[in-house]
Design a protein around this ligand. Structure first.
Ligand code: V47
Length: 399
């Protein structure tokens, strides 16, 4: 806790030193200590040299990041890279989540959201219900609809096409960020269309971007233990590659804080980095902190602030070809998300309005945040709030 507090204090001091020169990367600002970023752990020295030289980190470096006790040093390294890319900007988006069904055949052991078809609490929204849901907030300048759901055998391909067309009709100016490779694979299986054809038809109906879920941790061991029914790493990567080739950008995530090892996390990050080298189609990376309540892993403790900040900082340092690292406030809470802005994150995600997946698993954060609340969180952390669209273009109107 002491180290965490000093990290917070250092982040603040560091920001204050740079606040007046928005476009100057922190470490190139003459008012910073000459040895910034400072690391205390000798194993991080190697990483520090590479970071300063702009060299790519390898698997062994990645392990040093996850194993170091020097959270503050790790945070400074990540902050150095973050400030070079984004200075004191911290992004957020006015978005809305929509979960069209919680019926899911996969029944992943970490999931508290999914239900069997006729189980109490199961739902599948009709198009009329979706329309009513969207119209409730039609006066709000929402910029992105984040739409995901389970693998529900009652929903056919036409439902997905109609859903996209409907959302596009109601919200022509918003970006539809929807479905994961898990749903795309499912649509391929129920239609017999190729993956490319599924993507092309969804795109024609309004799909403009894809969220990053579904990969969890790319490891055969973890897949067998936690999500044996769901597509594995190779298929997730193959589908994301096809999505990028179709001109649709996506995000990527990691679900951490369950049974994974540091080596598996590093390996996951490096597999994503490798695909990004080939396609350039990833926009942001989002570490997702596991919440165990109401899941088959309910005896697992919550992630700690150390785990959360380390994962964000490690992602920033290993994913040198990603522009954006999100501190997803829903999962780590609003306060730690603020701190994460000094540990490599440059984006707090969005207003969300009503988050279900993590709250069903015990998340204690708010279910949504207003734009003024997002902006004050960012300002209070010493950063400059930038409202963005799905593609990180700044929004200047309606702010
Ligand atoms: O893939 C499921 C995770 C993901 C739990 O791309 C859980 O902008 C924690 O991908 N505890 C879906 N996590 C959410 C997701 C996402 C969220 C926000 C932004 C974006 C984006 C993507 O949620 C799933 C899974 O990894 N998840 N259950 C749980 N109990």
């Amino acid at each position: 806790m002491e180290a965490l507090l000093s990290a917070v204090v250092f982040g603040w001091e560091n920001h204050m030193r740079n606040h007046t020169k928005e476009t100057t990367p922190a470490a190139e600002n003459g008012r910073l200590p000459a040895n910034y970023p400072r690391v205390a752990d000798a194993t991080l020295q190697v990483v520090r040299e590479k970071v300063l030289a702009g060299e790519r980190l390898n698997q062994a470096d990645g392990l040093s990041l996850f194993k170091t006790p020097d959270l503050v040093g790790l945070g400074q390294l990540a902050d150095y890279v973050r400030k070079k890319r984004h200075q004191d900007k911290a992004y957020y988006i006015y978005n809305q989540h929509l979960n069209y069904t919680n019926v899911c055949r996969n029944r992943c052991r970490f999931c508290a959201f999914a239900r069997d078809e006729h189980q109490d609490g199961s739902f599948a929204l009709s198009l009329e219900q979706i329309e009513a849901n969207l119209l409730e907030r039609i006066d709000e300048p929402i910029k992105e609809l984040h739409i995901v759901g389970g693998l529900n055998p009652d929903l056919d391909f036409a439902y997905f096409i109609e859903l996209l067309r409907l959302v596009k009709k109601i919200r022509p100016a918003a970006t539809i960020k929807a479905f994961t490779p898990v749903e795309i694979d499912y649509l391929h299986r129920i239609t017999g269309y190729s993956i490319q054809e599924v993507i092309a038809q969804l795109k024609a109906a309004g799909l403009a971007m894809m969220p990053g879920g579904g990969a969890e941790v790319m490891s055969d061991r973890i897949q067998a233990a936690l999500f044996p029914e769901k597509i594995g790493a190779a298929r997730w990567l193959e589908i994301m590659e096809a999505v990028h080739q179709a001109g649709i950008s996506s995000n990527a995530t990691v679900l951490y804080g369950h049974i994974e090892t540091a080596a598996e996390k590093v390996d996951h990050l490096l597999q994503i980095r490798e695909l990004q080298d080939r396609t350039g189609g990833f926009s942001a990376f989002i570490p997702l902190a596991f919440h165990s309540q109401n899941t088959q892993l309910a005896d697992l403790p919550a992630t700690t602030a150390f785990d959360d900040l380390k994962t964000i900082a490690a992602a920033r340092l290993l994913l040198d070809n990603f522009d954006h690292i999100k501190a997803y406030w829903v999962m780590i809470g609003e306060s730690l998300a603020q701190v994460a802005l000094s540990f490599g994150a440059d984006d707090l995600d969005g207003t969300i309005i009503e988050e279900k997946i993590t709250h069903m698993a015990g998340a204690r954060s708010a279910k949504g945040l207003s734009r003024p609340a997002m902006r004050s969180l960012i300002r209070a952390a010493g950063f400059r709030p930038v409202e963005r669209d799905s593609f990180y273009n700044p929004i200047t109107a309606n702010c």
